[in-house]
Write a protein that binds this ligand. Structure first.
Ligand SMILES: O=C(O)[C@@H](CO)OP(=O)(O)O
Length: 248
């Protein structure tokens, strides 16, 4: 049996302000740092250790990983920074307040933009200053690989090559892996691993800073998965994420 741990970054400044974030590179809040450290502590207490870590090229995930590594005394392990693990690109919604957007367009429309499988938010214009075209961290990518918006299907399409080409081979080679990433890049991976339907994925949320453990068989099919930590706190955190997109 193989084990894989997924962890969404701790609370970011834009999570706190309830703004759509996507590829915008915002940092953790003090609460987010505490959540990341708690995630690391839980992993250590449960006896986990890792040989390799994967994360995105966005600092909220990278810094979450640092705190987890520090708590586990694993700052020395190799870390793969992969743009393919970035948050789903939020297009023209990037930076907008989620509740205000719901008040303007309705809770249902915002749920479609946040959670549907194949309906992307409105795209950024190619000359919008929020595009990532000039960002040096994406200099090695073709322009078509840099999104102007993404639905979850698009995110799955960029995460899966990384899974197939690097992460799955690493797991099969016996490496114990932690992936520090984002709500929707983790939803993309979970959808694939658990074979969740396009309609059911709408109801799936991922809490901040809580280790999600997968036990995988020899074919890397999930045997079971579970969150570490207090179950009631995880439930409350999931409900809070779901409610962020409501007008109130
Ligand atoms: O804003 C975002 O990039 C994501 C994660 O914080 O939000 P949501 O949960 O609305 O998809």
């Amino acid at each position: 049996m193989y084990q894989l741990v997924l962890i969404r970054h701790g609370e970011s400044t834009w999570n706190k302000e309830n703004r759509f974030t996507g590829w915008v590179d915002v940092d953790l809040t003090d609460t987010g740092i505490a959540q990341a450290r708690e995630g690391g502590k839980l992993l250590k207490e449960a006896g986990f250790t890792f040989d390799v870590a994967y994360t995105s090229v966005l600092k909220r995930a990278i810094r979450t990983l640092w705190h987890v590594q520090e708590e586990m005394d694993l700052l020395w392990i190799p870390v793969e920074h992969e743009w393919r693990l970035n948050e789903r690109h939020y297009g023209a919604l990037s930076g907008l307040n989620k509740a205000e957007t719901a008040a303007k367009f309705g809770d249902e429309q915002v749920l479609v933009w946040r959670r549907s499988y194949d309906t992307p938010p409105p795209a950024l214009a190619a000359d919008d200053e929020r595009t990532s075209y000039a960002d040096p961290r994406y200099a090695g990518l073709d322009r078509e690989q840099i999104p102007l918006t993404e639905c979850l299907k698009d995110t799955v399409a960029r995460v899966l090559p990384l899974w197939n080409e690097k992460i799955a081979p690493d797991i099969l080679a016996g490496k114990r892996i932690v992936i520090a990433a984002h709500g929707n890049s983790i939803r993309a991976l979970v959808k694939y691993l658990d074979n969740i339907s396009d309609s059911e994925i709408v109801g799936l949320n991922i809490p901040n800073g809580t280790p999600l453990v997968y036990e995988l068989d020899a074919m890397l099919k999930p045997i079971r998965h579970y969150y570490l930590g207090d179950a009631a706190a995880v439930e409350a955190s999931l409900a809070a994420v779901a409610n962020q997109g409501k007008a109130k």
